[in-house]
Design a protein around this ligand. Structure first.
Ligand SMILES: [Zn+2]
Length: 241
């Protein structure tokens, strides 16, 4: 009995020392918005945005309208991460226009400056590993720029990988291994690993919790766009059959 109580106490203590990241949508958006399973749902949500998209628009017209909106979008000052959300979404859109998946990432330095940007290129390059974050980190590490920001394969403290969508298990582990903080824009409950750190083996949990891991502070429109860009593969059912 005493042992059981001690164990319960230990679990509570551990849980409170390492609070689990919980995704929250902007107060203006219902969390159920961030689950999309069918093309019809996706189209309906795209039409509802203030972008002038019509349900009969072909995919290139839809992407053009998103691009026009995103280019003109001014990051909203009350949302500290809107600038990064816009940049990550621009990357996501670039991938979609190339026939790829709509996920983008930017690397932000300790002063808040975007120093690198990339997007998912699995379909474009026929490579299983080229998620947005993996592409970002590989290209950055191979660039001359990285010397200033890295100590061997580990990034200096204070760098953040900001993604349009919550990083998957593969990407999240790489970001953690590299010592970067993690932020992302859209709070999709089905999307990633950041909200499931407690599922990792204990030593990996410990490593993941050394850095900041959190949802970005982004406007509702950027959250929605990140989600819809992520699920835009439903527009033409792209990807392996
Ligand atoms: Zn990934």
């Amino acid at each position: 009995m005493k042992k059981a109580l001690a164990l319960i106490f230990l679990v509570i203590l551990t849980a409170s020392a390492y609070p689990q990241q919980v995704n929250t949508a902007s107060p203006d958006v219902d969390m159920s918005y961030f689950v999309t399973h069918t093309r019809d749902e996706l189209i309906r949500k795209l039409v509802d945005l203030p972008l002038g998209i019509q349900s009969t628009d072909p995919i290139d017209v839809i992407l053009q309208k998103i691009e026009t909106y995103l280019i003109a979008f001014v990051p909203q000052p009350e949302y500290a991460d809107d600038e990064y959300a816009k940049a990550a979404n621009m990357q996501a859109l670039r991938s979609l226009k190339q026939g790829g998946y709509g996920i983008g990432s930017v690397l932000v330095d300790m002063d808040g400056k975007i120093i690198y940007a990339a997007h998912n290129s699995q379909i474009q390059k026929d490579r299983s590993d080229l998620h947005a974050e993996m592409t970002l980190m590989t290209k950055f590490e191979e660039s001359h720029k990285s010397h200033k920001y890295m100590n061997m394969y580990v990034y200096k403290p204070g760098l953040t990988v900001f993604s349009s969508a919550e990083p998957c298990p593969m990407c999240f582990i790489r970001i953690s291994t590299a010592g970067c903080d993690t932020k992302y824009c859209t709070p999709g409950p089905e999307d990633g690993m950041v909200t499931r750190i407690s599922c990792l083996p204990s030593s990996w949990q410990e490593m993941a919790r050394k850095q900041k891991v959190e949802m970005g502070d982004c406007s509702p429109i950027m959250q929605k766009l990140s989600h819809l860009l992520f699920y835009s593969f439903l527009l033409d059912d792209r990807g392996p059959k």
